[in-house]
Design a protein around this ligand. Structure first.
Ligand SMILES: [Zn+2]
Length: 399
């Protein structure tokens, strides 16, 4: 006889589809308890071992799992309970999934375990947390960080897929968000991480078609990549150019049009500053442990010189993008803006971030998800990239 929960898992399995049929499925999750103790419970089709740690500023519980498929009911994780305010879930890297639980105060993980399935209930991941002091919380977080550092030091370095044709310039396309970080949501349901992933695929094809460039994408699936990691991917691959692809959102539903952003400590306005802050939150949403970078004064001066030159190239790229994209798609009234985007921080790779349009505007949302618009916009961006390299080669408009 089939247990009721197996039927639920089977339904979730059908919803996920055949693409990842091999992964365990998490088909329900909830928080019970009160201000003295909360229990997070996830129902699963198979047992997976969790790694649990905590992060501060803001307080978060991070639960790492081997890759699973999340097929949770709509709205799961959006309502809080006790000191839990919300939770998110998704793929964090190849072969690894993550759940991030937001909490409103320092907590200690009391228990974390998985129970076997029986006829009455599925496999269950259970995490118990209780309030603690900030000092105790910091000690636990620091212990985990040390352990991770030791593990990282012994692991192999990232390998890059460098194909031949090394003499052709390398364009890195960086679709924003992914996995656990969904990004902006459209008025009619479009999700930024999906919109920018499919757009980047079309853009990569368009650039590749021209035969003069190599293209590398920071992600080609629904997977989370940290902001610093995106920058590292571009730098380590020897990118000549990096273009981050995003889709915007705003309170006002009439606001629409594409905007090109470049890096600057000084934001060009409140809107740009707000957007950069929101995009920079990606690591926090995903439970990435971002340690402050150590500063060395001599290196800093050299780096600043390189950075200034690189930023000038970034501005040239942005102007070219505004010009070319402006011929085929709707641009915002101030089409080039600046702010402190973390993903544009590569000191030696000219970078720009394209907000394709506003998902909070129904017209833009419709366009951004239509193949005709995508092809048209991709062609104009590829044109801009060609102009940029031509100008750079001729030494025009720079220095
Ligand atoms: Zn974004």
């Amino acid at each position: 006889m089939t247990a009721a929960w197996r039927l639920l898992a089977l339904l979730a399995f059908a919803a996920v589809g055949q693409a990842h049929a091999a992964e365990p499925i998490v088909f329900d999750a909830r928080v019970v308890g009160d201000d003295n103790r909360i229990r997070f419970i996830a129902d699963m089709s198979a047992a997976v071992a969790p790694t649990v740690f905590t992060l501060a500023d803001p307080y978060r519980i991070v639960v790492d799992l081997p890759e699973v498929d999340f097929a949770l009911p709509d709205g799961a994780g959006m309502v809080g309970r006790g000191f839990v305010s919300a939770f998110r879930f998704g793929l964090i890297s190849s072969g690894k999934s993550r759940i991030v639980i937001d909490v409103s105060q320092p907590i200690a993980i009391d228990k974390a375990f998985v129970t076997e399935a029986n006829d009455a209930q599925p496999f269950r991941l259970v995490i118990d947390a209780v309030p603690t002091t900030r000092a105790a919380f910091d000690a636990a977080t620091e212990a985990y960080r040390r352990q991770q550092k030791a593990a990282a030091a012994s692991s192999a370095e990232r390998e890059f897929n460098r194909q031949g044709n090394g003499d052709k310039p390398l364009v890195v396309l960086d679709p924003g968000h992914g996995g656990i970080d969904a990004g902006a949501r459209g008025v009619n349901g479009a999700v930024e991480k999906d919109v920018v992933l499919s757009f980047s695929e079309i853009l990569a094809r368009e650039i590749d078609k021209r035969g003069r460039y190599r293209v590398l994408r920071t992600r080609d699936r629904d997977e989370f990549i940290g902001l610093r990691e995106r920058v590292d991917i571009a730098r380590e691959a020897g990118a000549d150019l990096m273009v981050s692809i995003h889709a915007n959102s705003f309170r006002g539903r009439n606001v629409r049009g594409a905007i090109i952003y470049t890096a600057s400590e000084e934001a060009s306005g409140a809107m740009a500053e707000e957007l950069a802050a929101s995009e920079n939150r990606s690591d926090i949403l995903a439970g990435v442990d971002v340690e402050p970078e150590e500063r060395d004064e001599v290196t800093d001066i050299l780096l600043d010189l390189t950075r200034r030159e690189t930023r000038n190239y970034g501005v040239v790229l942005a102007r070219t993008l505004v010009e070319r994209m402006g011929q085929s798609v709707e641009m915002f009234k101030i089409p080039h803006q600046q702010a402190g985007f973390k993903v544009l921080e590569a000191p030696d790779v000219p970078s720009a971030l394209i907000e394709l349009g506003y998902l909070t505007n129904a017209t833009d949302e419709k366009l951004l998800t239509s193949p005709e618009w995508q092809e048209k916009a991709a062609a104009s961006i590829a044109d801009a990239i060609e102009s940029f390299f031509a100008a750079r080669k001729a030494g025009l408009g720079i220095r």
